[in-house]
Write a protein that binds this ligand. Structure first.
Ligand code: MCN
Length: 789
């Protein structure tokens, strides 16, 4: 007989089941996949940001040793559709054609131009230099404001404009009238630099054809095997039922693998043509050009308030850099942020407009937080400026405006109903952990002494919408997919359990957490649960992993599916124990008859009896397996308070983070250690935006920060010790009471750091430092303030 569990799994810091394999190299990365006859793809990319393609001759490459085939864009164009944009945010959005490989024109440095196929990857890469391409340069389009001028050169000449869309949202009272009653109106411009997602594993794809049946298996380092399958079928014409997509072990994504990439379509098209298995693996520097970027926005934000610091209204005008083409959800990224500018604050009016702009740069799309870090940055920065203007402590200003615990559920001015929250508790806890008052007095002393190294304190009180999400809301936003998630539970005859999930983890630890959830509901040991994912044959239904949705949607589906298993098992147990279902208790995996505890059956015994099906209730199918699809009623709204203390050397401009405290409220926690890890990773990425990372382009549109030597991804040594705390305000929109955590740290941390830097330098007259706040930028800001410019 199998052991039953007596301790609750949910809430335990279980070491991740999946890690032993990952850290000992017994992994199955896409690039490790090798099959007989495998051919390798290399892709020639445009060296120019914008040019007409006059001629492509791949014939010389075909002569190179080891080369099996070579294709120009024109060679491959037939039969290949446009890459999909699944989030056309307005009816009149400009949707340019996006061929997986350029045919007539290249629109960013890195746009694919030709494909070489060879027996090994080195032969393929070497032969690229033999491909002849004649280009006529066209003017690059790099400046978001200049791109909107009447006479601006056009990224897509056939569209007649670089304006992709204009998306307005005006909620609450009329902003102009509210502004009139304000005592203070502040306006600021913030720039969200472009960021390059740096997943540990670069992208890779392997396609294996099965000639006899016309089937293809696509292995891809993707976050979205299910969506990819549908979209690849539409782009290449391979019928969906003949396509199997497998996301093997995937080494991170941060949104960059929430995509349908040209290379995936090209690999499939080449495998189709040659009838041979093919592989493409991106190099790191190739990824910097060809994997989508994140952020890239100019934010004009205006806040109106009374003398007492009561917020009245907010106006935001956003210019969002789409890059050269619209990828899967490019236009929707700033729209996800649109709802978050009012954040945790009460106000009467909100007026938002986003203009999407095409430029001749790598397309942008989701990057950890996707729209919400930008919104949080702008509101949290301007709240600090307003506090200074009103002579208030920044935390006091926030206290005067945030939604109070007893006011939940609360419909915020942008229209979202926050189900729960306790901003007071999280802030109080963070302040205590941080030692706020002591740091403020030290700061004052240093300022009075005119110290070279100044101390700055930054706060960020945030919420965010995640757990994407209710399908009906997504439909209203013109998002092309639903927000549901699927799970099924297979009770194997020997009492072991397979959880099949539609989520597709790539570092988050779903195998562990889903095991914890299933174990609790079914009463079977954690070790007896296996989780299957990331394969459209094994887990045919799913909406994949992004938007910190997996726990609150996918985990909830696991919970419900497990409950269905228990209910089916109850019927069998009642029959076998000759009792009424209502007289059965179910505790720790054991059904027993109330009042006669010796009359009992474990759920594992039921699984075996059902399999052998000798004695089932009439009409009952011989299985207690179950499936459940969940479509949540609402997003989830994690929140918290992050506090950062920096020391800024006013002679060198160097910033050192002295302490970093974050108290996050992600509702009920399934696995505290995993949540802690998510917060650490998220905060690291937010700090990276504040201090280090930027995709820099020259005036011709070349990416000059094109390697890891030029684009500074911080290592653990560059980051401070994080002090983490939690408060737990359960979500009311899912039975787990959980809120998402995957992006929270990134969303909260960037403004905390920049607020701290500006706070340190304010006595010197500095009111703004542009991100990333490199020593040079900080030093320049000090010099500018000194010289009064
Ligand atoms: N969790 C928990 N209790 C909670 C909330 C979450 O135990 N109250 C656990 C979940 O069970 C899950 C993990 O924390 O194991 C993250 O859950 P969730 O917030 O639902 O986020 P997703 O699983 O949907 O992951 C997506 C999210 C996003 S959008 C980005 S970007 C991101 C992130 O996850 N990219 C990551 N974290 C990442 N972590 C790694 N290692 N690699 C990435 O690419």
């Amino acid at each position: 007989m199998t052991d039953q569990v007596t301790e609750r799994e949910v809430g335990r810091s279980r070491a991740r089941k999946e890690d032993a394999r990952l850290v000992t190299g017994q992994t199955n990365w896409t690039d490790n996949i090798s099959v007989n006859g495998l051919l390798h793809l290399a892709i020639l990319r445009s060296p120019m940001a914008h040019a007409r393609i006059d001629r492509v001759d791949v014939a010389p490459a075909r002569e190179r040793p080891g080369v099996v085939a070579a294709f120009s864009g024109r060679d491959l164009a037939e039969g290949l559709g446009s890459l999909p944009c699944a989030w056309p945010v307005t009816e009149d959005i400009v949707l340019p054609d996006h061929p997986p490989i350029a045919v007539d024109e290249v629109r960013y440095a890195g746009d694919p131009v030709a494909v070489v196929v060879a027996r090994d990857r080195y032969a393929a890469a070497d032969a690229l230099e033999a491909v002849e391409v004649d280009y006529t340069p066209l003017p690059p389009v790099l400046d978001l404001e200049a791109a909107l001028a009447e006479d601006a050169p056009l990224v897509h000449a056939d569209k007649g404009t670089n304006r992709c869309y204009v998306w307005p949202l005006a909620t609450g009272e009329d902003y102009a009238s509210v502004r009139q009653r304000a005592d203070v109106v502040l306006k600021r411009r913030y720039v969200q630099q472009r960021l390059i997602p740096n997943a540990m594993e670069p992208r890779a794809v392997v396609v294996t054809p099965l000639a006899a049946s016309g089937e293809y298996t696509v292995y891809s380092a993707t976050q979205i095997p299910h969506i990819l399958r549908i979209m690849l079928s539409m782009v290449t014409g391979v019928p969906e039922h003949k396509l199997r997509v497998i996301a093997p072990d995937v080494g991170g994504g941060f949104g960059s693998k929430l995509q349908v990439y040209g290379e995936e379509a090209l690999a499939l098209a080449v495998a189709q043509r040659l009838g041979r298995p093919v592989k493409w693996t991106e190099s790191r520097s190739e990824g910097y050009l060809a994997t989508h970027h994140g952020r890239g926005m100019i934010q004009d934000i205006e806040i109106a308030a009374t003398d007492e610091g009561k917020l009245l209204g907010l106006k935001v005008d956003l210019l969002a850099d789409m890059g050269a083409y619209l990828m899967l959800v490019t236009p929707g990224i700033p729209i996800l942020g649109a709802f978050m500018y009012p954040a945790i604050y009460k106000m009467d009016a909100y007026d938002f407009t986003c203009t999407g702009v095409f430029t001749t740069r790598t397309p942008t799309d989701a990057y950890r937080g996707a729209g919400r870090p930008e919104a949080t940055y702008a509101i949290e920065r301007i709240m600090d400026e307003l506090a200074v203007e009103l002579g208030l402590d920044p935390i006091e200003l926030r206290r005067r405006n945030w939604i109070r615990h007893e006011e939940f559920p609360y419909t915020a001015v942008a229209g979202l109903t926050y189900d729960s929250g306790n901003y007071e508790a999280a802030t109080d806890k963070a302040l205590a952990l941080f030692g706020y008052d002591a740091l403020r007095s030290e700061q004052q002393k240093r300022n009075e002494h005119g110290d070279v190294v100044r101390l700055g304190i930054g706060v960020s009180t945030y919420t965010e919408m995640c757990g994407l999400a209710p399908s009906r809301v997504l439909r209203d936003l013109r998002y092309g997919a639903g927000g549901w998630e699927a799970a099924s539970i297979r009770m194997l005859p020997t009492g072991k359990v397979e959880v099949v999930t539609g989520t597709s983890p790539h570092g988050q630890g779903h195998v562990t957490c889903w095991s914890q959830i299933a174990s609790d509901v079914l009463g079977v040991p954690f070790e007896d649960v296996e989780v299957l994912h990331g394969d459209t044959k094994a887990a045919p239904q799913g909406m994949d992993t992004y938007g910190s949705r997996s726990l609150v949607v996918g985990g909830t589906a696991v919970h419900h599916a497990a409950q269905k298993v228990v209910e089916k098992a109850r019927k069998v147990a009642a029959h076998l124990l000759e009792a009424s279902e209502h007289d059965l208790e179910f505790t720790h995996g054991v059904f027993s008859v109330k009042g006669s505890p010796e009359a009992r059956k474990t759920i594992q015994e039921i699984a075996f009896e059902t399999f052998s099906s000798h004695d089932l209730p009439d009409g009952m199918e011989p299985t207690i397996n179950a499936e459940h699809l969940v479509d949540p009623e609402n997003f989830s709204y994690p929140h918290g308070t992050h506090l950062c203390a920096v020391e800024v050397d006013t002679e060198t401009g160097r910033t050192t983070i002295r302490s970093y405290v974050c108290v996050d409220d992600v509702g009920r926690v399934i696995n505290p250690m995993i949540v802690e890890g998510q917060v650490h990773g998220g905060v690291a990425q937010g700090i990276a935006q504040a201090l280090y990372e930027e995709a820099v382009y020259d005036d011709e549109g070349n990416l000059v920060s094109g390697t890891m030597a030029d684009y500074l991804v911080p290592s653990a040594a560059d980051l401070p010790e994080f002090v983490t705390g939690r408060t737990e305000t359960p979500a009311t929109s899912n039975p787990l009471g959980a809120k998402g955590v995957g992006e929270a740290g990134t969303i909260a941390s960037t403004p905390a750091v920049v607020n701290a830097i500006v706070d340190a330098l304010r006595p010197l007259g500095v009111t703004e430092v542009a991100m990333p706040c490199t020593p040079q930028r900080v030093w320049e800001a000090i010099e500018q303030a000194r010289s009064g410019k």
